[in-house]
Design a protein around this ligand. Structure first.
Ligand SMILES: N[C@H](CCC[C@H](N)C(=O)O)C(=O)O
Length: 278
């Protein structure tokens, strides 16, 4: 199987061009290629497919083989792939995902995409639609008991579920322990991606993320959007923020009038390869 290794500020996936390749059992392939010792090494697998309703379709799998509904860092790389490889020679394009069609604008330098702006759509705040178990219609600063401690989270879906938790220190965080405890907590019926956030100032947030099905990743685009929405809802920042992640920065703007979230960030191609599947 031919593939291309790409990343969005360190959130790396194995990309397969399904205009040319056929992947029969993507969940199993995701588990195999994601292994950093026995496979290629990645946070998961992303299939780039033809679409009847958009310029192409993105189909994303976590490293545990579970299918995700949306991938912010991934969709920027999909746009870069289809432009750079001449499949969709347009700088404004639409990509179908499991959470609807997203529109993207590309910045091209020396014939290659360097920066991508994604209209990520409207955040979903209704607890039942995230889903989050709550006795309120929205889970804003909701208390939750994890490993014997009480934390407060805000639930946001960007097509996939996120729990945003504010802490004074995200550097000395035992994320390997607290991450899985949030991910599998019964308050989140479909599991959850958890972002641990420190507010730097009203325009800057610093975050780490424990992803559903992938563990700690260096970045999470939908997570950065969820963090921005939560921080604006909690009046901790203005509408435009820089979210600083381990792998780099993303610019997020929640246009409250349109109720649309825009994410701007880079997309990087690392190498093309070929792998024999088991
Ligand atoms: N890394 C992705 C999110 C993956 C979400 C996935 N872990 C799930 O919801 O199952 C991003 O950049 O938005």
């Amino acid at each position: 199987m031919k593939f291309t290794k790409m990343h969005g500020i360190g959130n790396d996936y194995v990309y397969v061009n399904c205009f040319q390749e056929k992947v029969d059992n993507p969940s199993e392939v995701a588990k195999f290629v994601s292994d950093r010792h026995f496979g290629v090494g990645s946070d998961g697998l992303i299939l780039i497919k033809p679409s009847q309703i958009a310029d192409c379709e993105m189909d994303m799998y976590n490293l545990d083989g579970s299918q995700g509904a949306m991938c912010g860092n991934g969709i920027r790389c999909v746009a870069k792939y289809v432009y750079d490889y001449g499949i969709v020679p347009k700088t404004t394009l639409r990509i179908a995902t499991k959470s609807g069609i997203k529109e993207l604008n590309l910045t091209v330098e020396n014939g290659k995409v360097s920066l991508v702006r994604v209209n990520m759509g409207s955040p979903i705040l209704e607890a039942s639609k995230i889903p989050v178990v709550s006795d309120q219609s929205q889970a804003v600063n909701q208390p939750i008991k994890v490993n014997g401690h009480t934390y407060y989270f805000t639930g946001v879906s960007m097509g996939n579920p996120h729990a945003v938790v504010y802490l004074d220190d995200v550097d000395n965080l035992d994320i390997e322990k607290i991450g899985p405890a949030f991910e599998k907590h019964p308050v989140f019926p479909d599991r959850v991606n958890t972002e641990f956030v420190k507010v730097i100032d009203r325009k800057t947030l610093k975050m780490r993320v424990w992803e559903r099905g992938s563990g700690e990743t260096l970045a999470c685009g939908t997570g950065a959007c969820a963090v921005a929405v939560s921080s604006i809802l909690n009046n901790l920042t203005g509408e435009e923020v820089t979210v600083k992640l381990l792998g780099g920065d993303l610019k997020i703007h929640w246009d409250r009038l349109e109720n649309l979230v825009y994410m701007t960030g880079p997309a990087t191609t690392v190498f093309d390869g070929e792998i024999t599947l088991p």
